[in-house]
Design a protein around this ligand. Structure first.
Ligand SMILES: NC(=O)c1ccc[n+]([C@@H]2O[C@H](COP(=O)([O-])OP(=O)(O)OC[C@H]3O[C@@H](n4cnc5c(N)ncnc54)[C@H](O)[C@@H]3O)[C@@H](O)[C@H]2O)c1
Length: 106
């Protein structure tokens, strides 16, 4: 079975990839735009694995996604590419701002 995981460098995607590598014999193609939330280091355990492939691709790039489908013919897709981490980061930034400018400044 061949899987396509979008957003595989993210928090959930990288955990999925590590679990697939450890527990199955599936081939996995990971695509990720590598936004500020994407962390390739989180894939260090699986990146050298012969069953794993990574390509920096924007999921919104329809032509690139179609080429990947044609070439790798995945049987399953886990679509985890999202702006989720950005929301968390913005929340963090807001908290830092609050701590620096409200609490510390008092
Ligand atoms: N983290 C959680 O606790 C949690 C809980 C429930 C559901 N989810 C869902 O799981 C999904 C992934 O969440 P996450 O926490 O891993 O987010 P994340 O921000 O850590 O990872 C998202 C990944 O998507 C990539 N990405 C963003 N836009 C892209 C694009 N246009 N093309 C390709 N890649 C793109 C980013 O580079 C990043 O690596 C989201 O849909 C989120 O709502 C997350």
């Amino acid at each position: 079975m061949r899987m396509l995981v979008t957003g595989g460098a993210g928090f959930i995607g990288s955990a999925v990839l590590r679990s697939v590598a450890e527990n199955t014999d599936r081939a996995v193609f990971n695509t990720d735009k590598l936004t500020c939330a994407g962390e390739l280091a989180s894939l260090a355990e699986v990146e050298a694995h012969p069953r794993f492939f990574f390509k920096k691709v924007d999921t919104c790039d329809q032509d690139a996604i179609q080429r990947i489908f044609k070439k790798h013919r995945p049987d399953a897709v886990m679509h985890l590419a999202a702006r989720f981490g950005v929301v968390i980061r913005e929340w963090y930034n807001a908290m830092e701002l609050y701590i620096d400018e409200v609490l510390v400044a008092r």
